[in-house]
Design a protein around this ligand. Structure first.
Ligand code: SF4
Length: 373
């Protein structure tokens, strides 16, 4: 049984902080030739061809991510879901998630998702503050998100994740508090929050270098994370992974496969699979991906994880979970030294047979992870 990830690498506009390989689709209104229909059609055809390799497998979860999967038309989405149900076996209670962006959703699309079997929606909001949304290059407003959220509820989605980003340039603690409080009020079942990381090659990186924007102060960033943990846990969310919070029984089954080092299939440009201890990565360039699939030459970059590297990877992924990771014989043999040292520094703690990050360790997680590399 597998979890299946399908990558849809298209967006309506590049967000200023985004370092993902995505293609911006335009409809031709500005006089440029539209790349919307042809490119997406060719890509979906290639994705289905690649999916065909796994025909007949049993799936425990499907996650359609991007990019912006909801940039696809209702017809394209329905077609994709039909392809899944005609070609794969679904485990009872399969979790099917689609990432959605406000500004690309409407009633018809939400209905198509629901009828296609999607039972978990993950909406990329980032902030409810329109000034900040504009500053980071998002295509939507806070109100558009709220309208989409209520529409999704009306159509019957009872498992919704909201993605948020904190430590945005110019974001004050009070802005973050306001966004969190408003989100808690509408009670999504799941909230993911990430601190902004400004990567080379992004517009934000250039703005930072030229002094047009200033990064958020590190102390404020830590305060924002601590505040989020406090207010979310006080309001019934379980903090089950460094960046993820959920109501009981609403944690993401698919994402847990990654953190628990289990097998998964990844299909599409740049998608990653993890099978039998080997990580396989598809070519990231969309045109090259389509060309290679069509000529049956799609070969993935393979990396067999063995020995110390495989154990370190397992520990790092496992420590992301609040329950931590069981210290088995392999971990004991290779990493007793770093584990003891991190416990002494107050960054790790033992919890029966597991080790897990302490509260201090959560704030300094990257420093902990480096010790295992
Ligand atoms: S919507 Fe997501 S994937 Fe697309 S540009 Fe923005 S951050 Fe990147």
């Amino acid at each position: 049984m597998y979890g299946l990830y399908v990558h849809i690498p298209f967006c309506l506009k590049k967000c200023f902080y985004c370092s993902f390989k995505t293609t911006v689709l335009f409809s031709g209104d500005s006089g440029q030739k539209s790349n919307k229909d042809e490119k997406v059609k060719e890509y979906l055809k290639a994705v289905k061809k690649e999916l065909g390799k796994y025909r007949g497998e049993v799936l425990g979860s499907i996650y359609i991510g991007g990019g912006t999967p909801t940039i696809l038309s209702s017809f394209q989405l329905e077609n994709l879901f039909k392809f899944f149900s005609n070609n794969f076996l679904f485990k009872k209670k399969i979790e099917i998630t689609v990432e959605a962006n406000p500004g690309t959703l409407n009633k018809q699309k939400l209905k198509s998702l629901k009828e296609g079997g999607v039972n978990r929606l993950s909406i990329g909001l980032q902030s409810l503050d329109d000034r900040l949304l504009k500053r980071i290059g998002r295509i939507h407003t806070g109100k558009q998100f709220l309208d989409n959220f209520y529409l999704a509820r009306e159509i019957g989605f009872d498992n919704i994740n909201v993605d948020l980003i904190f430590a945005l340039p110019g974001q004050k603690m009070s802005d973050w508090e306001k966004t969190l409080k408003k989100i808690i009020n509408i009670k999504p079942e799941h909230i993911s929050l990430y601190s902004l990381s400004i990567e080379q090659g992004t517009r934000m990186y250039a703005d930072l270098k030229s002094g047009r924007i200033k990064p958020c102060n590190e102390d404020i960033e830590a305060d924002m994370y601590e505040y989020a943990i406090k207010i979310l846990t006080e309001n019934g969310y379980q903090h089950y992974e460094i960046s993820n919070f959920a109501f009981p029984h609403k944690s993401s089954k698919h994402n847990q496969l990654y953190w628990e080092n289990k097998q998964y299939l990844g299909v599409g440009a740049g998608a990653v699979s993890f099978l039998g201890g080997t990580r396989l990565t598809n070519v990231g360039d969309i045109d090259e991906y389509i060309r290679k699939v069509n000529t049956d030459k799609l070969c993935m970059v393979k990396e067999k994880l063995t020995g110390e590297k495989a154990i370190a990877e397992k520990i790092i992924l496992g420590l992301r979970m609040r329950k931590g990771i069981k210290v088995d014989k392999q971990i004991e043999k290779k990493f007793t030294g770093p584990i003891e040292e991190l416990i002494l520094k107050g960054l790790l703690e033992r919890n029966e047979k597991n080790i897990r990050l302490t509260y201090k360790g959560l704030l300094l997680a990257n420093q902990v992870f480096i010790e295992f590399l």
